[in-house]
Structure formats: structure tokens, C-alpha cells
Design a protein around this ligand. Structure first.
Ligand code: 48F
Length: 256
């Protein structure tokens, strides 16, 4: 019995890892925008993997605002909630409230059910840079990073990479720092996030969702961080719509 359990886990984990050493789309960050992107891309038949450094995917969605576990969504994002069978209640004008635990777990369920493969406890520490294009991600265990252990990484090749790392915009920062390159932003660098301005931020999150360097796309809060947009607090419609937009952009480009 003891060996059946261990062999089953080791066999199935390494089969999964081996099958995902080359993917169509590598998504860094299992926040709401990354998971919505994973759902729409996997549903269209693309091979998608999501790397999340924490134990549980979900990013900033679980905790609502100051750990009051409710979030707000505006009406433009309702079609995504309806498609994913996520419940919401009308609150005021065009705004709705959702239980954040229900909504976050539903995003995880639908992304995995559509065929996306998640690797949790896994940090992306670099990108693969070939022929002036982002061509994959460089992985290590999140605890290796936390403990600052000197351990070399593994490489995943991908036709497209999404930086869905939220406020940190980790991957865009790694790319500009290590390769001294010009991103598709006003200064050619990561502009940095601005203070809170909800309506403006929700609009620009979607506007700033784009390919910022050949092979590297940004979604969610990372889009605003990279292009100098505002932050918005616990309203999540922009995150969901950004995830859908980046999935469509990548699908169009990969289908060309
Ligand atoms: O921050 P996060 O939830 O991303 P998002 O989709 O959503 C933003 C909102 O939660 C919120 C907001 C909306 O009102 O402003 O902040 O833009 O999730 C990002 C995920 O990326 C993981 C991190 O642990 C989090 O779960 N992450 C960050 N850097 C890395 C990473 C990395 N280098 N490797 C792997 N995962």
C-alpha cells in the first residue's frame, strides 16, 4: 500500500511535467486574470500551463477587501460569470457582489476542467530569450527562492508567455533588467503602478492588456503596472475581462 501511494504520485506527477515541457502558452501567476486566460485558451484546444508560486492559486481574490471575503464586479463582466456558472448578487447601479471563496474556487475549477495544467509552489525566475523573442519560462520551486538556495532551474518552452503576476509585474521587470530591452510602453521600461482610481484603473487594465515584447503578454494588474495605470482595489471585472482579452489576442496570433 505505502508503495502504491508513492509510486502513483511520482509516476503521475512526472508524466504531467514531461507532457508540459513544451506548451503553447505559459501563464505566470494563478490570479484571476491568469486563470480566466487559462480557461479561454485551454477551451480552444491550446496546451496551457499555469505557474503559481503559492500553495493555492487564486492570487488576490480569496481575501476580498481587508479579508472581508466579498468582492465587487461591474455589469460588463457578468457574461464571464454566467459562462462559468458563478453566482452573484445585485448591489447598486451596475455593481454586483460575489463571495470571493466561491468565485475563486470556480475559476480554478473551470480552468483545470478546460484542460489547463497548474504547477503550484513553482516560481518563474526568468524567461527563455531566443532570437529576440520570449520563448519560454525558467522554473524553480518557490521554497528554493524563499530560502535563497543556490539550485539551478528547469526550462519550459512556450509560444507565448503571459505575465499575470499582479502588482509586481515580475516577468516584465525580469525581462527589462536582464536583457536591457525596450518594452511596448511610453518609456520602453516598466512604468510602475499609480495610486488608486477605480474607474480609470478598470478601463486601463483592459486597454493595457497587450503583447509588450515579442512573445510576452501582460494581463490583470501587471498590465497597469507595466504601462503606468492606476490600482483599483477589490473590484474584479477588469481582471476577468483582461484575462479574456489576452486569451483572444494570443489565440489570434497563434492561429495566424
Ligand atoms: O495579484 P493577482 O491576483 O493577479 P491579477 O490577476 O489580479 C489582481 C487582483 O488580485 C488584485 C487587484 C484587483 O482588484 O488589484 O490585486 O492581476 O495574482 C498574481 C499571482 O501571481 C503569483 C502570485 O503568487 C499571485 O498568486 N506570482 C507572482 N510572481 C510570480 C508568481 C512568479 N514569479 N512565479 C509564479 N507565480
Amino acid at each position: 500500500m505505502e508503495q502504491i501511494v508513492s509510486v502513483g504520485i511520482v509516476d503521475s506527477y512526472f508524466k504531467k511535467l514531461k507532457e508540459n515541457l513544451t506548451v503553447d502558452v505559459a501563464i505566470v501567476g494563478g490570479g484571476p486574470s491568469g486563470m480566466v486566460a487559462a480557461y479561454y485558451l485551454a477551451r480552444q484546444g491550446f496546451k496551457v500551463s499555469v505557474y503559481e508560486r503559492k500553495l493555492a492559486p487564486g492570487g488576490g481574490m480569496w481575501g476580498g477587501a481587508m479579508m472581508f471575503n466579498e468582492i465587487v464586479i461591474q455589469k460588463e463582466a457578468l457574461p464571464i460569470l454566467d459562462e462559468l456558472n458563478i453566482s452573484y448578487k445585485h448591489y447598486d447601479k451596475d455593481y454586483y457582489t460575489l463571495d470571493s471563496v466561491h468565485a475563486t474556487s470556480a475559476l480554478i475549477y473551470h480552468a483545470t476542467q478546460a484542460g489547463a495544467t497548474f504547477f503550484n509552489c513553482t516560481s518563474v525566475e526568468d524567461v527563455v530569450f531566443l532570437d529576440n523573442k520570449v520563448s519560454g519560462v525558467v522554473l524553480n520551486w518557490a521554497p528554493v527562492h524563499r530560502e535563497k538556495m543556490h539550485v539551478d532551474p528547469l526550462v519550459i518552452m512556450a509560444k507565448a508567455v503571459i505575465d499575470g503576476t499582479g502588482h509586481d509585474c515580475d516577468i516584465a521587470r525580469i525581462l527589462e533588467r536582464k536583457n536591457n530591452i525596450q518594452l511596448l510602453t511610453a518609456s520602453g521600461k516598466v512604468e510602475g503602478e499609480r495610486s488608486l482610481s477605480i474607474d480609470e484603473a478598470e478601463r486601463t487594465t483592459i486597454e493595457n492588456t497587450k503583447e509588450i515584447y515579442p512573445g510576452l503578454y501582460v494581463s490583470g494588474m501587471a498590465s497597469n503596472g507595466v504601462s503606468g495605470g492606476f490600482r483599483m482595489g477589490p473590484i474584479f471585472g477588469g481582471m476577468l475581462l483582461s484575462g479574456k482579452k489576452v486569451a483572444n489576442l494570443i489565440a489570434d496570433n497563434l492561429n495566424k
